[in-house]
Design a protein. Structure first.
Length: 259
């Protein structure tokens, strides 16, 4: 009987990459694809897949939240897919739960799939599945106790509250006593100050470049030196932002090198 796999990733190219790798596996059929956590929860309950390729950093509800919503006991076999995330990788190693690191390599993919096959072909009630469920539950518990700065922000705007995945944020700019969050082409004015938002963010990923601007390091394309020692930060969406001397010096201290 074919293994039915569900692919969950908010990036279409990443989903296609997994689909292409599975095309070489005759005993696996793709049951569907999802681009966010809410869709994934619904698809798992509707399709009952045997295997889940699950991205961690998803909009609104991350991969760990998907498994909490589904429930470990009812979850299919899971292979996590992630870009580099120091805390997540440490947790995977500690709890011996399999994962793939983006960009996914074919040989490593086959190793993960071989492990999933062994689990799925085990007899009902097999001790290995029970041990995996216990490890997965421990992983979710460990991740749940970790600081939430890396994952998502609860923001209030336009009379409602909602979550924004922190890795999706491009930059945040002060507007009076409020702040404007720019995330993947979306612009949201929130009733919080820049300082309040900064305290919720991971300092290894987000840094100030100006008293009124915070940027996501992953969205910085380059830093240009201008006349008289001035610097400009150019983001991946083409924005040109001033890097003031005070914050340049702080950034150099963190990097351990001069710009």
């Amino acid at each position: 009987m074919a293994i039915r796999a569900l692919i969950v990733d908010d990036e279409p190219l990443a989903r296609q990459g997994i689909r292409d790798l599975l095309a070489d596996e005759p005993d696996v059929e793709v049951a569907g694809e999802c681009g966010n956590g809410a869709e994934a929860v619904a698809a798992v309950e509707r399709e009952r897949p045997d295997l889940l390729f699950l991205d961690i950093q998803l909009p609104e509800l991350d991969g760990f939240g998907v498994l909490r919503a589904v429930g470990v006991a009812r979850a299919p076999a899971v292979v996590f897919v992630t870009a580099f995330d120091a805390h997540a990788l440490h947790a995977f190693h500690v709890h011996a739960v399999d994962y793939l690191l983006k960009p996914v390599e074919r040989d490593r993919f086959r190793v993960a799939l071989r492990r999933a096959r062994a689990l799925l072909h085990a007899a009902p009630g097999d001790e290995a599945r029970g041990q995996l469920d216990a490890r997965l539950a421990a992983l979710l518990d460990a991740v749940g106790r970790a600081p939430r700065a890396e994952r998502r922000l609860l923001v209030r705007a336009d009379g409602r509250a909602f979550f924004l995945a922190a890795p999706d944020i491009d930059r945040i700019e002060a507007e009076g006593n409020y702040a404007r969050i720019r995330a993947r082409g979306r612009s949201v004015l929130v009733r919080e100050s820049l300082g309040e938002l900064e305290r919720q963010l991971d300092p290894d990923r987000f840094f100030r470049i100006h008293r009124s601007t915070i940027v996501n390091a992953d969205r910085v394309r380059e830093i240009q030196t201008m006349f008289k020692g001035e610097h400009v930060v150019i983001t991946t969406d083409g924005a040109r932002l001033s890097l003031t001397r005070k914050y340049r010096e702080l950034l150099e201290q963190r990097l351990g090198k001069r710009l």
